[in-house]
Design a protein around this ligand. Structure first.
Ligand code: FES
Length: 102
């Protein structure tokens, strides 16, 4: 199996028990999944996109993490934001504007 170059994780607020009720899910994080996958593919980026449980930075959601770079982004709430983040990723850089972690 060939591993993807990047793994993009989108918080979907899963909880150990009960329904997803966290901030990212309520702010529509998962509606971004298809756009992220399609836009990354259009750019020739080798990515896998998946969802996660709550990443404990709820107030900054919707939250998206790109590994193995360990880029953590908040406020990922529109296609325009995703475009800016993927623009930076194409350059191998962190998009500081939406970065929520050092
Ligand atoms: S619900 Fe996304 S970080 Fe907590």
């Amino acid at each position: 199996m060939k591993k993807p170059q990047y793994l993009i994780l989108v918080c979907n607020s899963y909880r150990v028990a009960g329904d997803a009720q966290g901030a990212c899910n309520k702010k529509g994080a998962t509606t971004m999944l298809q756009y992220i996958a399609e836009e990354a593919s259009d750019r020739g980026l080798d990515v896998a996109v998946t969802t996660t449980a709550c990443l404990n930075v709820c107030s900054q959601g919707p939250v998206m993490v790109i590994q193995p770079n360990n880029y953590w982004y908040g406020g990922v709430s529109s296609e325009e934001v995703i475009d800016e983040i993927l623009d930076a990723l194409e350059e191998g850089e962190c998009c500081e504007k939406y970065s929520i972690a050092d």
